[in-house]
Design a protein around this ligand. Structure first.
Ligand SMILES: C[S@@+](CC[C@H](N)C(=O)[O-])C[C@H]1O[C@@H](n2cnc3c(N)ncnc32)[C@H](O)[C@@H]1O
Length: 336
């Protein structure tokens, strides 16, 4: 590799290779991914883009099914961005937010389950997309997983996993969770909680709600409604909400498909009935995971500025922030 291709952060620590995988999909799986590219809108396709990020950051995120679920187009697009960052000596590599976010949710899910003191718990993934936690997190072995997303997303995910199992004459990938239910639903409609209950979700059981990469695809009123439903129906037992929020500037970027934003989740969530809200930013001690090598990276610059600032004082560029937030659904519950 030429010297100029090596990132600035190489001075501190080598960049990982992050190679494009060999993309040896069967014809059947290629056909499914072609249909995703041709027929799905940007919101649904974001499921594959997120999986592509996890597949390329595999030195940090263990998600062996991510490559299969991402598909060639999403992988190539994500890989091009990483290559560009390398060539430009970027201080942070494309996809690092996604990797940190995934690891943050993984660690907070495990911590929440530990705080429940054992026993059966439920994990509800709203906007689950191509998430594979039910297959990859051993801490879920006593938990029932519910994946909620649009019908075509969940059906396609099942079909891809089945096609891969058929082609290798293997079984479907093994669950690490106790059980998995896929619940097709549009969460901007008001029947998704009933749909969850129909397949066995019980509001009285300890529950972790995982809202990863979903709220900002909703309108403001739909996002608030989803949070309200969780707060109002799930305050009978220990409930932990894990969610990421974009600030206003992040949603106003040119070409953005994002709608809901919140600059102060620690004010919004208590107003809806949540308590014990804890907020982290990328780069904070619990949202770092050793993946931000260059101390002058963008996230550290943001963390050093007051959150009320909308633009960088140095260059007038927008302060785009992603907040990682945990909260309790019980009025007086404290999360570990
Ligand atoms: C960026 S992806 C995140 C997927 C997953 N949580 C992850 O982190 O890998 C957003 C997901 O939200 C889903 N989604 C967006 N709006 C939705 C809605 N109204 N109802 C159900 N799912 C929705 C999309 O289909 C997509 O799978």
């Amino acid at each position: 590799m030429a010297d100029q291709e090596i990132g600035r952060s190489n001075d501190v620590q080598s960049w990982p290779q992050m190679e494009l995988p060999d993309l040896s999909y069967t014809d059947a799986i290629q056909e499914i991914h072609r249909a995703i590219q041709n027929d799905w809108d940007a919101t649904r396709q974001s499921a594959c883009q997120t999986a592509a990020g996890r597949a390329l950051w595999k030195h940090a995120v263990h998600d062996p099914l991510a490559e299969l679920l991402a598909g060639e187009t999403s992988l190539r697009t994500a890989h091009e961005k990483i290559k560009k960052d390398r060539l430009n000596n970027a201080r942070e590599v494309s996809g690092v937010i996604l990797a940190v976010r995934t690891l943050w949710f993984d660690s907070k899910i495990e911590a929440a389950l530990n705080s429940f003191g054992g026993g059966a718990a439920q994990i509800v993934l709203l906007g689950a997309g191509m998430d594979t936690r039910a297959y990859r997190l051993s801490c879920l072995k006593e938990s029932s997983i519910f994946e909620v997303d649009f019908p075509e997303v969940l059906q396609t995910k099942t079909t891809i996993l089945q096609a891969a199992a058929d082609s290798t004459e293997n079984q479907n990938p093994l669950l690490t969770a106790k059980s998995l239910n896929r619940v097709p639903a549009d969460i901007s409609e008001n029947d998704w909680l009933q749909k969850l209950q129909k397949v066995g979700f019980e509001p009285r059981k300890n529950t972790v709600w995982v809202l990863e990469g979903i709220l900002y695809y909703l309108t403001h009123s739909d996002a608030v409604e989803v949070l309200k439903i969780i707060a109002e129906n799930c305050n009978l037992t220990q409930t932990v909400l894990l969610a990421d929020f974009m600030n206003k500037q992040s949603t106003t970027l040119c070409g953005s498909v994002f709608r809901f934003y919140c600059d102060w989740p620690e004010q919004l969530l208590p107003s809806l009935g949540f308590s014990d809200v804890k907020l982290s930013q990328i780069g904070d001690p619990d949202a770092h995971f050793g993946l931000l090598h260059d101390p002058l990276n963008l996230f550290n610059k943001l963390r050093a500025l007051p959150r009320s600032l909308q633009t960088h004082p140095d260059d007038g560029t927008p302060c785009c922030r992603l907040y990682l937030v945990q909260a309790s659904g019980l009025p007086n519950q404290t999360i570990q």
